[in-house]
Design a protein around this ligand. Sequence first.
Ligand SMILES: Nc1ncnc2c1ncn2[C@@H]1O[C@H](COP(=O)(O)OP(=O)(O)OP(=O)(O)O)[C@@H](O)[C@H]1O
Length: 407
Amino acid sequence: MSPDRTSTTLAPARSGTLAPGTIQAEHLWKRFRADSQRMLLRDNLGRIARKLSGRDQADWRWALRDIHIHVDPGEAVGLIGSNGSGKSTLLKMLTGVMYPYAGRLQVRGRVGALIEVRAGIHPDLTGRENAFLYGSLLGLKRAEVAKRFDDIVDFAELGTAIDRQVKWYSSGMQMRLGFAVAAFLEPDVLLVDEVLAVGDALFQQKCLDRMRVVLEQGTTLVLVSHDLASVESICTRGIWLEQGEIRTDGPIRQALRGYRDSVEEETEARTRTDEAIRTTYVDVRGVDTAGPTTNRSMVVEADFVGDFRGSATVHIGVTEGTASPVFTTRRDVRFGPSGTRVKCTLDRLPLPRGRYALWIGVYDGDGHPLTAWHPAKQFDVAGPELDTPPRAVVLAAPVYVDHTWEG
Ligand SMILES: Nc1ncnc2c1ncn2[C@@H]1O[C@H](COP(=O)(O)OP(=O)(O)OP(=O)(O)O)[C@@H](O)[C@H]1O
């Protein structure tokens, strides 16, 4: 399918009857030249010659295809997806720094955006000047920015550096300034792209807390991040993009589940079949329960075959969907000609109810993979849900700990 440009508005319409804080995208398409990255002079000359002779068949790649989104004021939306799926492109169009190829886009009200660490921040101006400039771009009067200025400096922890030119700031300081300015100037829509990764853990937590305050004030939030725990802790709705298309738009847990499952499937598919050792059988089961159960025994069994002979280390781990395991364990094993079976009993499974994946990797004495670290089996655990942490906590690690309360 390709877009119909005849019936579209090319520029983002920022007016209409929608309430401030509403985002509406209809049939949104965006493409880039596939060769637009780096180009040598001779390539350019060749292209100009082809253009003059009418033979220039540009190679285009769609970054976004037929995107429909309606976000109501006050919603907290997480945009998730793998590298290159179109998240930043969509966010840039929402801020107005990029135009769609086709489609209609309405973003109503004042838009505060932090789309790149340095975006919207002028290096030759001081932090103070930047804050006032940004405020005026948002349509705020000088006095309105002045009223919030101390909060911005306090939050960004910039102290006297606020009167220094921004080009002397570290990237962390620039991010803190950018976030504080965008989040404290009371936007109707706050757009945040991946920048939290630049700050230290304490500052990330502060940003998440601030986003919650901003949400409570009725601002609409769109957050792009690969930190799925942060996205889950703050967003109620998730939009999962894949190759420029919406795969899921729904409750955040549902979108994250779909995305995590697809990451696992892809890793599994990428697992090479020419490895020195291959996994031929994997089982995960309860010992005296119908299936894996919280705080009860669980058994993992795996069979391996392959050309490798000698001793190697089998690692197994359990993840909640991404590659970082909740825990791992390992065993040195001798691999012989007739295949090898390992069995591991976990006495008290420390996982609350949920769906998990068992990952396996086998490594030789130098740490080289004989079987690459890959998801080998999904399994469900029966048992209690994890206790709900206070809202301020990003996300509790999914570990069940046996405990007793007194008093
Ligand atoms: N200015 C540009 N010129 C050419 N291609 C671009 C440009 N910006 C983005 N693209 C391409 O558009 C596609 C989507 O990119 P985008 O940055 O939106 O993805 P993303 O989901 O934000 O990825 P990441 O998680 O890596 O930040 C990619 O194929 C990318 O190479």
